[in-house]
Design a protein. Structure first.
Length: 707
């Protein structure tokens, strides 16, 4: 069996073994930025469509499982809201979930996601946990062994939901003893005054009573085996889909009122179980909206598809709430809006210096973008300018309509329909968003309204992001000015340094490093971490570097003591960890003193690496009378001394001692041709490592053989 065929079979087996109601497999895209749905069990593909593509950086359980390479367990909706508020906002259903990483070739390749009704026990059992781990190992092996020629699902391919043809049948039940005549059961259902309809787990109609067929306007023989939304397109609306999703995921009965026609409403009760959903259908008393029951949710007929639903607005709002940079905003908006509306093109421009400047796009060739970029505000023929200056959206359903304003755009873009949306925030113009389609696209009233709402959300996020980007640039310039512009070139010593800011906030950090020449064969090296991630921390970092510079050359303990007295005199309320090393290249010795800093690592010439546990000393800036003890060790030719800050090793939920030991092991095994290669290997051990919660600094000192 091909790997691609075995993949959903493995998922079906796992779902059945642990008694889950829903199972899904996500695979990491080739660029490592997106998780794409590759296999699904327990709910129809259409119901899962909003989660077909998930950015890896999103604060959601399945992405966290991949980023942190660990199993994530959420026992109910309350815990989901506390730990993953964005996911809880767009999935307001009562369920438990587990997400586990799929590892292939030692790298995360995707994740297995399982969901249960929240009525299950609050913790995973040992059997369930072992089953999840074993399933992820099998799936990782499938990915590792798959070759492009065998049609295997790989992270580089577009996501396709593969129901699977083997293993447990879709919507299948455990075998049951036959009870009575099946035709008698059908006659029983047909005699009931309400309609009965049964759906399998993928949303296909497996039974339809005569009464239900009459109420739904369908022939029984034409309906069996068809997907519900294909057989009844008027049910394809956000309210009914939300109720169906709630029933399928939480396994709790729910109800909804739908409009069958201008004069007919139907009450539909949904009763789910592991095999699918049963529908009880009754006509709603009365023929007008005012006579409908007030207690149920109503699904109308205004829109034949989901684009522009309230769900889309909520999902985009939740995503944009955590976007910080302009690039983040554009990428998240494209990820949400294009699939929801079936669009093929997406462009965002911002107003700068009397012109519109494109800051992000999806679906266009670079030469097309260069032709569309920078139209001046006085160019009224440019639709982007017109919508921005008039603050009114423009919709063109066909190339003929577009040609009436600008005949060059259809030929240049090779698109057939466009929505030009003004981005207005707090009454001032921010820019313009263009959503385009390969085929003519009639824009209904509701679709236009929701596109306009989405543009308003995008405008607010873009306005915030532009401010963030300006602050980020300022922070970067400040950080660059405070860190060494270059490291000295010292005979007999190879040096490499790296600094990476945190992925959060303004990227101003307090980590620092420096290398100071004290004589022909003596070098001082220091690294430290000032508490905090703001301008005050960065300013204090500059003062600490200055203090160390002023005392460099003195015994290491004295250097730290003097710097400590300086910081306590400044009384900033911030504390600093610091490590100072004095290298005597002629004697091949190094003296080290620590003020509460991470222990340095020493890789010996034979590759053996040890953690140097120094007397810790008190953090700088606490007690002016604190003393610091120096330790002297050999530094033979061929050795590497690694100094680093905690951002390189710390991560949520990970034991610090284990993390330092892992870094030491990595240092021992990492191949390198130069110190720069080694520094890169230590700072970027995994390209999918996710967000950095702290800034990090690394300083490597190597005494080459013969140096």
């Amino acid at each position: 069996m091909h790997s691609a065929a075995r993949f959903p079979v493995e998922l079906g087996r796992t779902v059945q073994e642990v008694g889950a109601s829903v199972g899904a497999v996500y695979l990491l895209s080739e660029d490592g930025r997106t998780l794409r749905l590759a296999a699904l069990r327990g709910i129809p593909e259409k119901v899962a469509a909003p989660w077909a593509r998930l950015p890896l950086r999103d604060p959601i359980p399945v992405a966290e499982a991949v980023r942190e390479r660990r199993l994530v367990w959420v026992q109910d909706q309350t815990e989901l809201a506390r730990r993953f508020p964005r996911a809880a906002l767009v999935m307001p259903y009562d369920f438990a979930l587990a997400a586990a990483p799929i590892i292939g070739d030692t790298l995360p390749r995707g994740a297995l996601l399982l969901q249960w009704p929240s009525s299950r026990p609050p913790q995973l059992s040992a059997h369930e946990r072992d089953t999840l781990v074993a399933a992820c190992q099998r799936m990782g092996a499938l990915l590792q062994d798959a070759a492009p020629s065998d049609g295997a699902v790989t992270p580089a391919e577009e996501s396709t939901v593969t129901p699977g043809e083997e293993g447990p049948a879709r919507g299948s039940r455990p075998a049951r003893v036959q009870r009575g005549d099946p035709f008698a059961a059908e006659e029983f259902a047909n005699r009931l005054p309400e309609g009965c309809c049964s759906l399998d787990a993928e949303g296909r109609i497996t039974f339809l009573s005569d009464t239900a067929a009459d109420l739904l306007g369908r022939r029984v023989e034409d309906s069996l085996g068809a997907l519900l939304w294909e057989a009844l397109p008027w049910l394809d609306n956000p309210v009914f889909e939300d109720r169906y999703r709630a029933a399928a995921i939480s396994h709790r009965a729910t109800s909804v009122t739908v409009r069958r026609s201008a004069h007919q409403y139907l009450d539909i009760d949904l009763h789910p179980d592991a095999a699918g959903v049963s529908l009880r259908i009754t006509p709603t008393p009365g023929t007008a909206a005012a006579s409908r029951p007030g207690g149920g949710q109503t699904a109308g007929m205004d829109r034949p598809h989901l684009a522009g639903s309230l769900y889309d607005v909520m999902h985009l709002a939740a995503s944009l709430a955590e976007a910080v940079s302009v690039r983040d905003v554009v990428e998240l908006a494209a990820d949400q809006i294009m699939p929801a509306f079936g669009a093929q093109g997406f462009v965002v421009s911002v107003a700068e210096g009397g012109k519109l400047h494109i800051v992000g796009q999806r679906g266009y060739r670079p030469e097309v973008i260069s032709r569309l970029d920078h139209p001046p505000f006085r160019d009224d023929n440019a639709p982007t300018v017109r919508v921005l200056t008039t603050a009114s959206p423009l919709f063109f359903a066909s190339p003929r309509e577009m040609a009436q304003l600008d005949p060059d755009i259809p030929r240049l873009t090779e698109r057939a329909a466009w929505a030009f949306l003004p981005l207005i925030a707090s009454g001032h113009p921010v820019g313009c968003c263009v959503v385009s389609f390969d085929q003519p696209h009639p824009f209904g009233h509701d679709e236009r309204a929701v596109l306009t709402s989405l543009a308003a959300l995008l405008a607010q996020a873009l306005d915030r992001a532009r401010l963030y980007d300006a602050e980020h640039q300022l922070a970067h310039e400040l950080q660059t000015a405070l860190l060494p512009a270059s490291l000295p070139d010292v005979p007999g010593l190879e040096v490499a340094a790296r600094y990476l800011p945190t992925s959060r906030g303004m990227d101003i950090g307090g980590d620092f490093y420096d290398v100071i020449c004290c004589g022909d064969t003596t070098i001082a090296a220091t690294i430290g971490d000032v508490q905090g991630h703001n301008a005050n921390a960065a300013a204090l970092m500059g003062q600490v570097r200055t203090g160390v510079h002023a005392s460099a050359g003195a015994p290491p303990g004295e250097v730290l003591a003097r710097t400590n007295r300086l910081l306590t005199d400044l009384d900033t309320g911030l504390f600093t960890s610091c490590l100072y090393a004095h290298l005597d290249l002629a004697r091949h010795r190094v003296q080290l003193a620590s003020a509460g800093h991470m222990p340095p690592l020493l890789r010996h010439p034979d590759g053996r690496t040890e953690i140097l546990h120094l007397p810790p000393g008190l953090l700088l800036g606490i007690d002016p009378a604190a003393g610091y003890q120096a330790t002297e060790i050999p530094l033979p030719p061929g050795a590497v001394l690694a100094l680093y800050t905690d951002g390189l090793v710390e991560s949520p939920g990970r034991n610090l001692d284990d993390a330092i030991a892992d870094l030491a092991d990595h240092l021992a095994r990492a191949p390198h041709r130069s110190m720069d290669d080694l520094a890169d290997a230590l700072v970027h051990p995994n390209q999918h490592s996710g967000l950095r919660h702290d800034d990090m600094a690394l300083l490597l000192l190597h005494t080459p053989r013969g140096g």
